[in-house]
Design a binder for this molecule. Sequence first.
Ligand SMILES: Cc1cc2nc3c(=O)[nH]c(=O)nc-3n(C[C@H](O)[C@H](O)[C@H](O)COP(=O)(O)OP(=O)(O)OC[C@H]3O[C@@H](n4cnc5c(N)ncnc54)[C@H](O)[C@@H]3O)c2cc1C
Length: 377
Amino acid sequence: MEYKLSWWEDEYLLKDVDYTILGAGIVGLSTAIELKLIAPQAKVLIIDKKTYPVGASTKNAGFACFGSISEILDDIETFGEDLCHRLIAMRWRGLEILRSRVSAQAMDYQGRPGIEIFPKDEEALYHSKIPNINDQIEYILGEKQCFSIREGRYGNETVNRLEGCLNPQKMMAHLELEARKLGVIFLQGVEVSKILESNSELITNFGSIFYNKLIVCTNGFTKRILGEVDVQSARNQVIVTSPIKGFSLDGCYHMNKGYVYFRELGSRLILGGGRHLALEEEITDELDNTSKIISYLTTLAETKILAGENIKIEKMWSGILGVGKDKMPLVKKVNDNVFIAVRMGGMGVAIGSYVGRVMASILLENDNRDLQLFVRS
Ligand SMILES: Cc1cc2nc3c(=O)[nH]c(=O)nc-3n(C[C@H](O)[C@H](O)[C@H](O)COP(=O)(O)OP(=O)(O)OC[C@H]3O[C@@H](n4cnc5c(N)ncnc54)[C@H](O)[C@@H]3O)c2cc1C
């Protein structure tokens, strides 16, 4: 039987929509909020396949970070200094925007040092790079002596004094509330299976939906609806242990160029990553866990992070990243009516609010310093 909307539903949800945003993750919500802040009269609709976001925005480990020493050095080597500097500036700016929008209390934000640990034989090499990286961070962010070294629980650790952690579910709940307060309309439980660009039409399980301007914010799921775009799904798995008596960590830990991360969650350990061990297998948008990654994370917890403790894994899950040939998010006009803001990599919590601002600026042709940073060639 065909599902029929009432006059009122049709008028409220689908009539005269100026901006149709696909995906209610941090990027979709931030884009919607920015549009309504600059153009309050515009009708903005967000469509998501679930009643809660299922990609990455509520599945991550809640790190508010912009890069560890090994990750920054790797990015400079792979992508060059300029791109790496811009990424750091964008992540920093994204966190500034996020923290001005959602209070620390509302999303349990805490300033916590970002700590990186290395195999013993690599410590000296990475430590020797700190003065140079500190000069670069001062140049990019104006912050002096960002990184230092300390004798810590896991050896000689590097400390980034500018990082923090948060509760991503609370962050998203507040962003959604903010969007609703500004008048953004939500259509949840509606999955888009096809975009018919010639007709400005979305084929969905809710019937056809026509758009005026469409903004695709589906990150790691984008290939399913826009095949030509350079964004690939990459799964990231996470475990949480049962409470461990007396356990606490004073920072957010990074290992292996950002591929592994852990922190305390009350008296539990939350530990995620390990994708570098199975790069091919983890190119998927299936939200599963695999024995290979889970046993790697469990062994790491048992033999290093919580060595000597009897641990029990209480919960595990996965989330889907959008990655590509470089780490720069893909934020652009595809044609007159279709726009895209995807490929947040492993840093969408940090960069997502900034990307929302850039996307809204492109849509509204509103030039500003944030857009300038993005388009700088
Ligand atoms: C385990 C893990 C750890 C992470 N750690 C960090 C970190 O430490 N720091 C950091 O900054 N970032 C981190 N990230 C990355 C960050 O979470 C993501 O980059 C960010 O959340 C991406 O946001 P998004 O809005 O682009 O996409 P998503 O949050 O994935 O949102 C996309 C939305 O689109 C919807 N959708 C998809 N396809 C369709 C369709 N066909 N029809 C309708 N709706 C659709 C989905 O339901 C989803 O809600 C991590 C991610 C994971 C998974």
